[in-house]
Write a protein that binds this ligand. Structure first.
Ligand SMILES: NC(=O)c1ccc[n+]([C@@H]2O[C@H](COP(=O)([O-])OP(=O)(O)OC[C@H]3O[C@@H](n4cnc5c(N)ncnc54)[C@H](O)[C@@H]3O)[C@@H](O)[C@H]2O)c1
Length: 326
């Protein structure tokens, strides 16, 4: 069978796939356009895609024999899963293997913003450090503060659990109760408005979907403490970026740490000019170990799916239910 891979992933995954299939990997070191993906998928049985690829109806319908879409990411807001399901194409993602890595990254952002690490580094390199100063670059303490988790799923839970050493009061908002957080941290489930008002650090871990688009806008940012820090390692459009720019400019909050952007990879010039925000290039899951595990996972999913089996991380298992009840 033939597989199209929209961009080079770690060799561990490619090696597994080469043993099973005739694979074609995008030879260019850039994300492909939709037209290029459509061209690439023609005549293929499987598609291995990334979160930067728009996998909509046009792509899904481009190849009538397409049998499997395996995404190299946990979030799948870029894929029209309903359209794939309609065509009985299983779609898979890579959950779990990147949980701890992404949670660690959110902590790296939290400390970097709270203690102004990036600003301090630039200041020191620029030769501006003239010795210890009582009022130089003052930040925010972390220990004993209130930590607010928006979306206490896999990553939100791992992020919250890592607060243990800092004796923080953890509150969370989610559609479901998180008994682990309640048991291990005494965490409390609260409405979003209460979380925003109470938290010193707010970390976003919900998936991007209709209900979470612009979940944080002007009204929500105004509810936050002036000393609070907002972190987003989930997906950019969950925050109304222009409202956030206003909030940072006018100091409604202390700062923000962002790994993702509303119109990724475009980042507004205004945001780049602000020194109370730390900007990262969507590298939340970016460690050698984790990207290797993701590569193996995406390959295993594709192999199982193309064999006609339910891929271990299938998002739309109903595809198989329909097949058996037909
Ligand atoms: N920055 C990165 O590189 C990076 C890496 C991995 C994941 N992510 C993002 O993080 C997201 C979370 O990943 P995960 O593995 O923890 O997912 P998950 O499904 O385990 O957790 C998501 C949680 O959000 C909750 N939720 C869903 N809709 C909600 C709503 N409207 N209000 C409140 N809670 C809601 C769910 O109940 C669930 O508990 C992914 O969807 C992805 O977009 C980003």
């Amino acid at each position: 069978m033939k597989v199209f891979i929209t961009r080079k992933i770690p060799e561990s995954g490619l090696d597994l796939l080469r043993k099973e299939f005739d694979i074609k990997v995008n030879p260019q070191n850039r994300a492909l356009t939709k037209d290029e993906i459509i061209e690439g998928v023609k005549g293929k049985d499987g598609l291995l895609c990334l979160l930067t690829d728009v996998i909509d109806k046009d792509v899904i319908y481009a190849e009538p024999n397409l049998k499997m879409i395996a995404s190299y990411a946990v979030g799948y807001d870029n894929i029209d899963v309903a359209a794939a399901t309609k065509c009985r194409i299983p779609v898979s993602n890579t959950p779990g293997v990147l949980t701890e890595t992404t949670a660690e990254f959110a902590w790296a952002l939290l400390f970097s913003v709270a203690r102004r690490i990036v600003e301090g580094d630039a200041f020191t390199r620029a030769g501006k450090f003239k010795g210890w100063e009582p009022l130089l670059m003052l930040g925010q303490d972390v220990t004993n503060k209130n930590l607010g988790i928006i979306g206490a799923g896999r990553i939100g839970t791992a992020f919250a659990l890592k607060s243990k050493g800092f004796q923080m009061k953890v509150i969370y908002t989610d559609e479901q109760r998180n008994e682990q957080l309640e048991r291990e941290l005494g965490a409390k489930k609260v409405p979003l408005s209460e979380l925003l008002k109470e938290s010193d650090f707010v970390s976003i871990h919900v998936p991007l979907m209709k209900a979470t688009h612009h979940l944080i806008g002007e009204k929500e940012l105004k509810m936050m403490k002036k000393t609070a820090i907002l972190l987003n390692t989930a997906r950019g459009p969950i925050i109304d970026e222009s409202a956030l720019i206003k909030a940072l400019k006018e100091h409604w909050i202390f700062g923000a740490g962002l790994d993702v952007y509303e119109y990724e990879p475009k980042i507004p010039e205004e945001l780049k000019k602000l020194d109370n925000v730390i900007l990262q290039p969507h590298t939340g899951s970016g460690t050698i170990e984790t990207r290797t595990k993701m590569a193996l996972m995406v390959a295993e999913n594709l192999i199982e799916g193309l064999k006609g089996n339910i891929p271990p991380n299938c998002i739309n298992k109903e595809v198989f239910l329909k097949k058996t009840t037909k």
